[in-house]
Design a protein around this ligand. Structure first.
Ligand code: AMP
Ligand code: ZN
Length: 115
């Protein structure tokens, strides 16, 4: 498991920065976004540092599949029944702010603050 000591999400994975955890296993962590767009807004991240969706390779296939399978399960667990958005921002033009791969999972009754 590689970590970047300057990366905020690696610090969250290591427990050095607090988060409101939604889910955790040996490979993945999900936690509530600190600046939510909607009643439910959490992020699913790999525990290993991977800068962005650009950096995904064949070796990450199973982990990505796991992230995608987890999203509807967790959003349902949080009571979302009327649809949700999944967003992966990638790179500068993709407006990625945190350079550690993450899937936004956003839902709950509208109106939303954003999105
Ligand atoms: P992105 O633009 O896709 O890189 O989005 C990064 C997201 O991470 C934003 O929605 C931020 O609100 C969120 N974020 C940044 N720092 C934290 C943190 N310490 N805990 C939870 N969410 C965070
Ligand atoms: Zn990281």
């Amino acid at each position: 498991m590689t970590a970047d000591p300057t990366c905020i999400f690696c610090k969250i994975v290591a427990g050095h920065v607090p988060s409101k955890k939604v889910y955790e296993d040996d490979e993945l962590l999900a936690f509530h976004d600190i600046n939510p767009w909607a009643p439910v807004h959490f992020l699913i991240v790999p525990k290993t540092h991977l800068a962005s969706f650009y950096d995904v390779e064949a070796q990450h296939q199973a982990m990505l599949g796991k992230m995608m399978v987890l999203a509807p399960r967790l959003v349902r667990d949080l009571g979302v029944t009327n649809g949700f958005r999944t967003i992966i921002n990638t790179g500068a033009d993709g407006r990625q702010e945190v350079p550690h791969l993450h899937i936004h999972v956003i839902g709950g009754p509208r109106p939303w603050a954003r999105g």
